[in-house]
Design a protein around this ligand. Structure first.
Ligand SMILES: [Zn+2]
Length: 200
């Protein structure tokens, strides 16, 4: 079983620490959910170079061979979800979403609509809305975006290590598989990102 040290790093033989303070942006208020991503890069080195420049990033990175890196402290917020979140009510319930503000937003043009939906959703708290940067842990899986509909398949080694990591996070933060989301479920991303990641 892993431990979390005073710096917010997961301590276990399966975890290599490659922390980049450049991708940490203030405190993570509470870890309540997990968002799974793919990097759109060929290997972990490309992501390390990007993280060294700062900006966007996630807490963990899993290489194609299953090597697991922790790239940011679990006590710090990372920018991995994106600026505009979708409506959880609308995505799950479709026409049965009874939120009158959402109904009004849907009458707007596309860009005004996604901005209005984001504003409405951010006044809610998780799990009534999707996770945001301030309440979620981000996990990146190395893998390239191939074309309009596909990402590279997540490898068996990546899925194996992902499940181990999720089980540790569930235990440390009292989460379940119901708190794990693919990035495109939560915000407006390429629809197949993390599409072949599997977990329970
Ligand atoms: Zn992503």
């Amino acid at each position: 079983m892993s431990k979390i040290d005073q710096e917010g790093m997961l301590v276990h033989a399966h975890v290599q620490h490659r922390r980049f303070p450049q991708i940490e942006h203030g405190a993570l208020e509470a870890a309540r959910a997990i968002v799974i991503h793919q990097t759109d890069a060929a290997d972990e080195q490309a992501t390390f170079y990007a993280y060294a420049r700062g900006g966007h990033g996630a807490h963990f990175l899993i290489a194609k061979n299953g090597t697991l890196y922790q790239t940011a402290s679990l006590f710090k917020r990372c920018f991995h979800v994106g600026a505009r979140i979708k409506s959880r009510c609308l995505e799950l319930l479709k026409t049965n979403c009874r939120d009158p503000e959402i109904a009004k937003a849907l009458t707007l043009g596309w860009s005004a609509q996604i901005a209005a939906i984001n504003d409405i959703e951010r006044r809610k708290t998780y799990p009534d809305r999707f996770p945001v940067n301030s309440d979620s842990i981000g996990i990146e899986l190395v893998g390239r975006h191939i074309d309009e509909t596909r990402y590279e398949a997540v490898t068996a080694e990546q899925n194996h290590r992902l499940q181990w990591l999720l089980d540790e996070i569930y235990r440390h933060f009292s989460m379940t598989a119901a708190d794990v989301f693919r990035h495109p479920q939560v915000s407006y991303k390429h629809p197949d990102e993390a599409g072949s990641a599997v977990w329970r």
